[in-house]
Design a protein. Structure first.
Length: 211
């Protein structure tokens, strides 16, 4: 267990570094409200077995950062890095793997909060469905639902995955995606988050997407 945890910590640092490198500007989205709290989760590790369609598995490290403001708005940043054939060493930092994708998604919306009834150091934060999404990944152009462009609409058209190649195939004549359409499919539903106001830590939030 210690060896696995050590490897996870190394990967967590890599995720934070990627988030810093791909920063998309001020999290407030132009708001002048003062920050009342910033909370960060540990990295979460997930696996996906791509077989039998592909002869590899992927490992994804995901981290969340929640910033809340005095005007009851929030910015939730979800940053992730995905690798295939990842091998974490028993000692040292010499991890091996194939980098597949890096992404950062920023969700903006409104929130309410109350202290936890059993522990006043914990804050129960209800995040309403986001009204804006800003994102960038290695395989998708910069997206901003509040400043939507034709390029963004074309890049997010819906298609189907060709299992023989792993590529998304978009049928001819498929219309460009709209900002409203993208939000309806990619904004998460209302969720309650828990933050430790003493340690500035956030319990990893399970997000449910879709209409």
């Amino acid at each position: 267990m210690k060896k696995f945890t050590k490897g996870l910590m190394i990967a967590a640092i890599a995720v934070v570094s990627a988030a810093a490198a791909l920063s998309l500007g001020a999290c407030s989205g132009g708001s002048q409200a003062d920050v009342t709290g910033v909370y960060l989760t540990p990295a979460e590790l997930t696996y996906s077995n791509m077989r039998p369609g592909f002869n590899y598995y992927t490992t994804t490290f995901t981290q969340q950062e929640l910033t809340i403001y005095e005007d009851n708005t929030y910015c939730l940043i979800v940053s992730s890095s995905t690798f295939s054939a990842l091998v974490l060493p028993e000692e040292g930092n010499d991890a091996k793997g194939n980098e597949r994708n890096n992404s950062i998604i920023k969700y903006y919306g409104d929130y309410t909060s109350v202290p936890n009834s059993l522990n006043p150091d914990l804050l129960e934060i209800t995040l309403e469905t986001p009204t804006r999404i800003v994102s960038k990944s290695d395989d998708t152009c910069y997206l901003d639902t509040s400043n939507w462009t034709d390029e963004m609409g074309e890049a997010t058209r819906e298609g189907e995955i060709d299992m023989s190649t792993g590529q998304v195939v978009i049928p001819e004549g498929t219309p460009n995606q709209t900002a409203e359409g993208y939000l309806s499919k990619n904004a998460f539903k209302q969720v309650v988050a828990q933050a430790d106001t003493v340690k500035d830590q956030l319990t990893f939030i399970s997000l449910e997407y879709g209409e």
